[in-house]
Design a protein around this ligand. Structure first.
Ligand SMILES: NC(=O)c1ccc[n+]([C@@H]2O[C@H](COP(=O)([O-])OP(=O)(O)OC[C@H]3O[C@@H](n4cnc5c(N)ncnc54)[C@H](O)[C@@H]3O)[C@@H](O)[C@H]2O)c1
Ligand SMILES: O=P([O-])([O-])O[C@@H]1[C@@H](O)[C@H](O)[C@@H](O)[C@H](O)[C@@H]1O
Length: 510
C-alpha cells in the first residue's frame, strides 16, 4: 500500500524526524443570556514526529485468554502469511478490524477531482505488527497452544498450523486476588505469584525487565486483557495519591487490586499501561504516579461490538434531531469472560462502562433533552456456555419523531468477541507506541510537549475513555476524526473538514 509524502514548505522530512507546521484552531465560548459568544483562537503549532518506530513488545495480562491467544495467533499467522482451507475455500491471515492495518483516510483529490485515500499506516511511520514481540502473564499455566484449544476461538486448521510456535509460549506467573473477580475463576488459577503485593510488584517489574532484555526492546506496553474485576474502593490514604498507593502496596492493603499492581509495575518500569477491561484500575494514585514518571496510561474497557455500534447509532439519532428515549442492550455469550461476568460484582463494572457511552451525545443536544433528562438505558449480559465466544447482542432503540411518532429499530449482532477485540489490541499498542514519538510546541518555542500521561487520543478504542481534562467524547466518528487529524497534523495537513468547496461552488477555482 502507498505511503504519502507531503510536498510543502511547512513539512520537512529529516533522517530522524518529520517536522511539520500546522495552524490549530479552537474557539472560546461565553454564554451571555440567549447568546453564545464564540471567539476563534488560531495559532501555529510545530509538530515533531520521530520517524523510526521503536523496538516494541507487548506484555499481555491474561495472555492465555480468548483475546490474548487470538492476538498472538494473529501476529504469528500474519508474519507467516498463513493460508488455510475452510469449507468456503482458502483463507489467508489478515488484520480485518484493525484501524491501523485496514482503515484509510482521505488525503486529497487528484487531477480529475477524485478523492485519494491512503492507509492510516501510510501517513506516518507506525510500528509494523510483524515487528511486535509478545509476552505476558496468566493465572492459568497452560501454554498458548493448549489455551487456544480450550478457548475455542480459532479454526482447527489455524490451531494446528500454529501449534508448534504457540506451544513454546507459556505465560508467566500472575498476581491474582480472586476476591476481585468471580469465584468461578479460581478453578483455572494454578500459576499464581506468592507473597505480598509489594513482592508481586517487584516480581512483575523483574518480568518486564527480563522481557525487555531478552528481546532487546526499547519500549514495552503492558496491556490488561485479563478478567474484569470489581471496582476498587477509592479513598483518602489508600489510593488517592501516588505516595499513598505505594504505601498501601507496602502495607499489603487488600483493597489494592491485582490490576493496579500490574499498572504500578508498568509505570515504575516506564511502560505504557492499557486497561482493556472496565474496572477502575487507574485509581487517582496510579494517574499521579504515571504523571510523575512521564508514562502513558489508557482506559477503560475495549470497545469492540455492541457498544461500538451504540456509539454510532445514538450519535446518528441525536445529531439528526431524533430523540432516543429507550435503549435496551442485551447480550449473551459463553466464553470465560461471560463466565466471569456472571457474578454481580464483576457485571457491575461492565454495566458502568456499557451504559455511560451515550452521556456526551445526550448532553450535546439541549433541544432534545432537558437538563438531567436521559433515555432509559438498560444493559443485560447473560452467560450461555453453548455459544462460546460468538456473543449474541440484541438491541432495541426507540426514539421520538415529530407529531408524537415513534421509531423503533432492533439490531441482532452476532459478534465473535475475540476476533473483534484482537485487532483493537494491536491498534492500542501501535498507536500507544506512536504517541511516544510525537511532540507539539507553539511555533517558535524551544520545548516540544508530549501527549499527557492519560492518552485520550485512543478513546476510539475504549468504551469509557479516560481524559486528563475536558469533555469525554464517546461519539465514534468524532473519536476517529481525532486520530485521523492528529496523523494529518504530523505531516502538515490541516484537519479533514469534508467541506470540499471545490466541488460545491459555482466556480471550482475559488
Ligand atoms: N470483545 C471482547 O472480547 C472484549 C470487549 C471488551 C472488553 N473485553 C474484556 O477483555 C478481557 C479479556 O476478555 P477475554 O474474552 O480474553 O477473557 P478470558 O477470560 O478469555 O481471558 C482472561 C484471561 O485472564 C486470565 N487472568 C485472570 N486474572 C488474571 C490476573 N490477575 N493476571 C493474569 N491473568 C489473569 C485468565 O486466566 C484468562 O486466561 C475481559 O475483561 C473482557 O471484559 C473483552
Ligand atoms: O464491546 P461490547 O460488545 O459492547 O461489550 C462486550 C459485552 O457485550 C460482552 O458481554 C463482554 O463480555 C465483552 O467483554 C464486551 O465488553
Amino acid at each position: 500500500m502507498a505511503n504519502i509524502r507531503v510536498l510543502s514548505d511547512d513539512v520537512h522530512y529529516t533522517e530522524e524526524h518529520i517536522l511539520a507546521k500546522v495552524q490549530y484552531e479552537t474557539a472560546h465560548c461565553k454564554r451571555t443570556g440567549d447568546t453564545i459568544q464564540v471567539t476563534p483562537r488560531r495559532r501555529w503549532l510545530e509538530v515533531r514526529t520521530a520517524r523510526r518506530p521503536q523496538r516494541t513488545g507487548v506484555m499481555l495480562v491474561g495472555w492465555g485468554g480468548n483475546n490474548g491467544t487470538t492476538l498472538t495467533a494473529a501476529l504469528l499467522a500474519n508474519r507467516a502469511g498463513l493460508r488455510w482451507e475452510t469449507k468456503e475455500g482458502e483463507r489467508r491471515a489478515d488484520w480485518l478490524g484493525s484501524l491501523t492495518q485496514c482503515a484509510t483516510l482521505r488525503v486529497g483529490s487528484d487531477d480529475d477531482g477524485k478523492d485519494v485515500w491512503a492507509p492510516m499506516s501510510g501517513v506516518v511511520p507506525l510500528l509494523h505488527p510483524d515487528d511486535l514481540e509478545v509476552d505476558g502473564w496468566d493465572v492459568s499455566s497452560l501454554d498458548l497452544a493448549a489455551a487456544a484449544r480450550r478457548n475455542r476461538v480459532l479454526d482447527v486448521e489455524v490451531q494446528r498450523a500454529l501449534a508448534p510456535q504457540l506451544r513454546e509460549l507459556r505465560p508467566r506467573a500472575a498476581a491474582f486476588d480472586c476476591s476481585f473477580v468471580a469465584a468461578n475463576q479460581q478453578e483455572r488459577a494454578d500459576n499464581v505469584l506468592p507473597g505480598t503485593r509489594a513482592q508481586q510488584v517487584q516480581r512483575l517489574r523483574e518480568d518486564i525487565r527480563d522481557f525487555k532484555k531478552a528481546k532487546s526492546l526499547e519500549r514495552v506496553v503492558v496491556l490488561w486483557t485479563a478478567n474484569t474485576e470489581r471496582f476498587a474502593e477509592v479513598r483518602p490514604g489508600l489510593n488517592d495519591t501516588a505516595d499513598n498507593l505505594l504505601a498501601s502496596i507496602e502495607r499489603n492493603e487488600t483493597e489494592v487490586s491485582s490490576s493496579t499492581l500490574y499498572a504500578v509495575a508498568a509505570i515504575l518500569e516506564g511502560c505504557t499501561y492499557i486497561n482493556g477491561s472496565p474496572q477502575n484500575t487507574l485509581v487517582p494514585g496510579c494517574l499521579e504516579l504515571a504523571e510523575r514518571h512521564g508514562t502513558h496510561v489508557v482506559g477503560d474497557d475495549l470497545k469492540t461490538g455492541q457498544t461500538k455500534l451504540k456509539s454510532v447509532l445514538v450519535d446518528f439519532l441525536v445529531s439528526a434531531g431524533i430523540k432516543p428515549t429507550s435503549i435496551v442492550s442485551y447480550n449473551h455469550l459463553g466464553n470465560n469472560d461471560g463466565k466471569n461476568l456472571s457474578a454481580p460484582h464483576t457485571f457491575r463494572s461492565k454495566e458502568i462502562t456499557k451504559r455511560n457511552v451515550v452521556d456526551d451525545m445526550v448532553d450535546s443536544n439541549p433541544i432534545l433533552y432537558a437538563p438531567g433528562e436521559h433515555p432509559d438505558h438498560v444493559v443485560v449480559i447473560k452467560y450461555v456456555p453453548y455459544v462460546g465466544d460468538s456473543k449474541r447482542a440484541m438491541d432495541e432503540y426507540t426514539g421520538e419523531l415529530m407529531f408524537g411518532g415513534r421509531q423503533t429499530f432492533v439490531v441482532h449482532n452476532t459478534c465473535e468477541d475475540s476476533l473483534l477485540a484482537a485487532p483493537l489490541l494491536l491498534d492500542l499498542v501501535v498507536l500507544a507506541e506512536f504517541c511516544t514519538r510525537v511532540g507539539f510546541r507553539p511555533a517558535g518555542d524551544d520545548e516540544y510537549v508530549p501527549f499527557h500521561s492519560v492518552l485520550a487520543l485512543l478513546s476510539y478504542l475504549v468504551k469509557a475513555p479516560m481524559v486528563p481534562r475536558g469533555t469525554v467524547v464517546n461519539s465514534l466518528f468524532r473519536q476517529r476524526a481525532c486520530i485521523e487529524n492528529v496523523l494529518r497534523a504530523c505531516v502538515g495537513l490541516g484537519p479533514e473538514s469534508n467541506m470540499q468547496l471545490e466541488h460545491k461552488l459555482a466556480s471550482p477555482t475559488v
